[in-house]
Design a protein around this ligand. Structure first.
Ligand SMILES: [Ca+2]
Length: 91
């Protein structure tokens, strides 16, 4: 059986308002491995460090971009692709 498509994402640009405590409490983008923000959190990012590419284990990816009312930065650009999961066989 084929486990289906896996979503991938790599970042070309990244500039999201950071908070001094490092918790991304003002603005952030978060990625979840599944159909909603209740799915497994892959990562929550802010600042100017370009995140490493991410890959889901499922065939769905939820992106949650949160901003507050002050301080806007350039945002981010992500390239989304898809790939096949590995084939596994059941007896
Ligand atoms: Ca902001």
């Amino acid at each position: 059986m084929l486990i289906g498509l896996i979503a991938c994402c790599r970042f070309e640009e990244f500039d999201i308002e950071a908070s001094s405590n490092g918790n991304c409490e003002y603005d952030y983008v978060a990625f979840y491995d599944g159909p909603s923000t209740n799915s497994r959190l892959i990562g929550r990012y802010c600042g100017v460090t370009v995140p490493d590419p991410i890959t889901t284990r499922t065939n769905q990816l939820t992106v949650n971009f949160k901003t507050d009312e002050s301080v806007a930065k350039g945002g981010f650009m992500a390239i989304f692709t898809e790939t096949h999961g590995k084939e596994v066989y059941q007896q």
